[in-house]
Design a protein around this ligand. Sequence first.
Ligand SMILES: Nc1ncnc2c1ncn2[C@@H]1O[C@H](COP(=O)(O)OP(=O)(O)OP(=O)(O)O)[C@@H](O)[C@H]1O
Ligand SMILES: [Mg+2]
Length: 259
Amino acid sequence: MSFLYTDRIRKEFGGVIAVADVDFKVEKNTITGLIGPNGAGKTTLFNLITGLETADEGFVFFKGMDITNLKAYQITRLGIARTFQNLRLFKEMTVLENLMVGRHFKSSCLFTKRRLFNSFFCLFNIDKEEKDIYFSSMKWLSFFGLEEYKHELPKNMPYGKQKLVEIARALCSEPEVLFLDEPAAGLNPKETMELLSMIKKIKELGITIVLIEHDMKFVMNLCENIYVLNYGRLIASGTPAEIQNNELVIEAYLGKENE
Ligand SMILES: Nc1ncnc2c1ncn2[C@@H]1O[C@H](COP(=O)(O)OP(=O)(O)OP(=O)(O)O)[C@@H](O)[C@H]1O
Ligand SMILES: [Mg+2]
């Protein structure tokens, strides 16, 4: 049985079948890629797994547990975190505050600006949970080499660093599985290489990674298993070599790239 999998998961929007009875499997401590042309249903599949959309039919299983249609916060607490296709950082919060919110998603204590303030300035008077949130956030900040930005607003940082902040925030919930929706989109080649090595480092920590990406070189370099969606249907799955040689994939997606 796979670590995380969907069983004939289905989602329709009006007449559009965004995800059509898809069986998607993720093995523990691997990097799995999800590719396909625009509108293929990739983000919707992520949303179904991470509790942002409810399935019309089918199931999601994680570590043998049926997690279909649980709420997003419940799924986060079970150990599944994600980032978004478009950055969703809190604009009015500093980098450190953004990360602390990410840690609060895991925690049982309620997030408030006041609690964040306490965590910052009264480090010796706060409870264990608050300290835990602060130190966990600092740990991930330094993992990404972002300490110098900790009191900065995200908008004042290079875009590549903002994307790292979003990944760091997701990791603050200490997930077992991390879903990344187009992490390399908008990055320059240098930032893309940095991201690639960071994702490898995250995997070395024992975290399972699933990513959507249009940058084929990035996907082929990084992923052990790749799934391909087209018009909501799963048209192929396999190793990078198998996917690159798959006629259906070439026709649906890579062929388009080659043109
Ligand atoms: N909330 C929604 N309401 C209506 N239609 C939606 C909604 N979300 C997605 N869709 C439709 O479902 C289909 C799949 O969309 P989705 O965003 O999952 O594709 P994608 O593979 O992530 O595309 P992209 O590569 O452009 O990000 C598209 O036809 C899209 O227009
Ligand atoms: Mg998408």
